[in-house]
Design a binder for this molecule. Structure first.
Ligand SMILES: Cc1cc2nc3c(=O)[nH]c(=O)nc-3n(C[C@H](O)[C@H](O)[C@H](O)COP(=O)(O)OP(=O)(O)OC[C@H]3O[C@@H](n4cnc5c(N)ncnc54)[C@H](O)[C@@H]3O)c2cc1C
Length: 372
């Protein structure tokens, strides 16, 4: 089930378009490495994992692209690019690139593309990645497929097959860029599997000098204010999620979701109607217009399993659906079907988990006493 999100299908019929001669020399798969204050966004490593697969299918090199300020920290991140599977890292450092701003990053990335000519360029569908991908694609006059859920290669002509939901999520479409290079795509965090980190992999670093001028940049960074809200949900990276939907019927029942989540140390998720009803914050919405998650366990209570919800959570290792209706769509892809009222099953699950956790704690305490 964990790879089910990443299913780029071959288009049934493709119009014949010949790639213009000037793009035929474009080779290699690139991943833009997004970082802030020394921390790389995990989606960049996930994309290196997928990029490795695409590069191997094409028989070309995989490169990470790092832009940043003059500090050593950026150079140190380059080594990580190798650890996550790239054989090459393009590194462009300049004081103007210290903090992310659209204008100089667009100038820098488009210059790198024009110079080294990759055939594929992938970015995370994060706030920064979406901002940068749009302006780079526009500047390069190339195609960009946003928010892809699957990427693959068409072996017949080496083109990138970018799949994503369309028509409000009721259909999946596969988009192919037949006429320009690079072929660009953004992918949300947690859609692709995180590759294993192997620090011993060899890596070549190509340092590229950029001519940038601070006075030409219209936006100025005055201060950096980190988002320190302690209660900010970290849904995409949670191992356990208990989510509630419209079937819970009232806010008091949604608190049963919160209580089970707190007992087992899980994050709380919600379907769109539950968010619209005001039972959960919008940051907790899972699905096409919410977050994509990939937990070890996803408990969905009073959620029908509509495709727009499913695309956000079907990458979970184990899915348990709680629903009154045995024919609810969630049971088409859940690993466990708990058929009954969520108002009864959620407290029953909470009691069962609390009992098992207490027993486990008691066993650990006894074992610790015996070793003293
Ligand atoms: C463009 C677009 C984007 C969208 N994006 C999202 C998105 O990001 N996330 C999202 O979730 N939706 C999204 N939707 C909405 C989506 O289509 C569904 O309407 C929504 O997911 C349904 O939410 P639900 O399962 O909570 O409610 P329903 O579909 O109403 O399902 C409620 C379920 O609860 C069950 N039930 C009823 N009573 C009980 C009970 N006592 N105990 C247990 N089960 C019970 C019912 O049998 C039913 O299966 C989007 C729609 C569109 C058009």
């Amino acid at each position: 089930m964990s790879d089910s999100l990443d299913t780029a299908a071959k288009p049934i019929k493709k119009p014949k378009r010949v790639l213009p001669e000037r793009f035929k020399s474009y080779k290699g798969v690139w991943v833009f490495i997004e970082h802030e204050h020394g921390h790389v966004h995990p989606v960049s490593w996930e994309l290196l994992g997928k990029g490795r697969e695409l590069a191997d299918k094409l028989g070309v090199e995989l490169a990470g692209v790092l832009l940043g300020g003059m500090g050593e920290a950026v150079r140190e991140l380059a080594a990580e690019v190798g650890a996550y599977g790239a054989e090459l890292c393009y590194l462009a450092r300049h004081p103007v690139l210290e903090d992310y701003r659209n204008q100089p990053y667009t100038t820098g990335l488009t210059e790198l593309v024009d110079t080294y000519q990759p055939e594929i360029l992938l970015l995370g569908a994060t706030t920064q990645g979406r901002d940068l991908a749009g302006s780079v694609a526009t500047t390069l006059l190339t195609g960009l497929t946003a928010d892809c859920t699957g990427l693959d290669i068409d072996p017949s002509d080496r083109s990138l097959l970018s799949s994503r939901p369309t028509f409000g999520g009721s259909l999946m479409c596969t988009i192919v860029n037949l006429a320009t290079r690079p072929q660009m795509a953004t992918v949300r965090p947690r859609v692709m599997t995180m590759p294993a980190r192997r620090p011993d992999r060899p890596l070549r670093v190509v340092e590229h000098g950029l001519q940038l001028d601070e006075s030409a940049v219209v936006t100025k960074v005055l201060d950096f204010v980190p988002d320190v809200r302690a209660d900010k949900p970290q849904l995409p990276f949670a191992d356990f999620i208990v989510a509630g939907g419209r079937g819970l019927a009232k806010p008091e029942n949604f608190t049963l979701v919160t209580r089970l989540a707190s007992t087992i140390g899980a994050e709380v998720g919600a379907s769109r109607p539950a968010v619209h009803a005001g039972w959960a914050d919008v940051e907790r919405q899972v699905g096409q217009s919410g977050k994509t998650v990939r937990p070890k366990l996803y408990i969905a209570a009073g959620i029908s399993g509509a495709v727009q919800h499913r695309v956000g959570m079907e990458g979970a290792d184990v899915i348990a659906g709680i629903n009154l209706d045995p024919r609810a769509p969630i049971f088409d892809f859940a690993n466990y079907a708990l058929i009954g009222s969520a108002a009864e099953l959620l407290p029953a699950l909470e009691r069962a988990f609390a009992r098992r956790l207490a027993e486990a704690r008691a066993r650990r305490a006894q074992a610790a006493e015996e070793t003293v």
